[in-house]
Design a binder for this molecule. Structure first.
Ligand code: ZN
Ligand code: ZN
Ligand code: ZN
Length: 273
């Protein structure tokens, strides 16, 4: 399976609009892996997680054919994960798109935002089908099997992290998560994942309530090791970094490489053999 890390930043991106912090200035100067757009992941070109405002950039940069997407799953409705206005671009009059509808999966807040936005433009018009997911309910999509697991990210919305089974591989897409709720830790025991994608939004800041920091990621790895959550050869990748964490790509690599954890960058491709 081919996994593309399309964007690897939190809401503000790096460099952030209007920001003159040390990391944003450094990112502008160095470019390359220091530039981070808003987070999304693509599995085998047909399953996409989240639809951020940088999707146009991702398409152009990586030469993506977004018409190959069959299933689009959402973690939550925050604007760095859902930019519904650009879904309008698939409607008649805006694109010569294929006949197949893209199956969209998410919580109530996500589906409502998409429906309201598309309703201003003539409705779904069989280009999208909206499917509501419930926590812990195993769902067979066209491209994979997914189980939404509760996150501790925003108390007014059912934010999900996802367990995904695709082509014999098991993946945890773990953000935006904060420190996982107890029922999510319990559910993960013994799952034998091939890949866990975690957030390290706030870097070394002493905070883990709605986003994870470095210590929370390392403790998560420890929990995984003690509870059979990963296969021995499994990958752990960290992503979704905020400029407020003030850690460059090389700082993050220095922190995580000794722990066997990979630091994602924009455009990174991971092959799961
Ligand atoms: Zn986010
Ligand atoms: Zn900044
Ligand atoms: Zn969020």
């Amino acid at each position: 399976m081919r996994i593309r890390f399309l964007g690897t930043a939190a809401f503000e991106g790096i460099p952030s609009l209007f920001c003159r912090c040390g990391l944003c200035l450094k990112a502008k100067e160095l470019g390359g892996k220091e530039i981070r757009s808003r987070t999304s992941m693509l599995l085998d070109d047909d399953l996409k997680i989240d639809f951020p405002p940088d999707t146009f950039l991702h398409m152009v940069r990586d030469g993506l054919d977004l018409e190959r997407i069959k299933d689009l799953i959402f973690t939550h409705s925050h604007s760095d994960h859902l930019y519904a206005e650009d879904l309008v671009a698939r409607l008649p009059g805006y694109a010569q798109s294929d006949a197949h509808p893209i199956q969209v999966y998410g919580n109530d807040a996500v589906l409502l935002r998409i429906k309201q936005t598309l309703d201003f433009n003539g409705g779904l018009q069989e280009k999208f089908v909206l499917n509501r997911l419930k926590p812990f309910e195993r769902k067979e999509l066209q491209t994979a099997v997914v189980v939404p697991l509760p996150a501790s990210h925003d108390p007014i919305e059912a934010c999900y992290v996802y367990y995904i089974e695709k082509d014999g591989k098991s993946i945890l897409y773990g953000h935006d998560s904060g420190w996982f709720p107890e029922e999510t830790w319990d559910w993960l025991r013994g799952k034998q994942l091939d890949l866990a994608v975690l957030e390290c939004t706030v870097g070394k800041i002493n905070y883990r309530q709605s986003h994870m920091n470095v210590d929370a990621v390392l403790e998560t790895k420890q929990f995984f090791a003690e509870n059979g959550v990963l296969k021995p050869e499994a990958n752990i990748v960290v992503t979704h970094f905020s400029h407020n964490g003030q850690l460059s790509h090389s700082d993050l690599t220095e922190i995580f490489t000794p722990h066997g954890i990979q630091v994602a960058y924009d455009g990174m491709v991971l092959e799961l053999p």
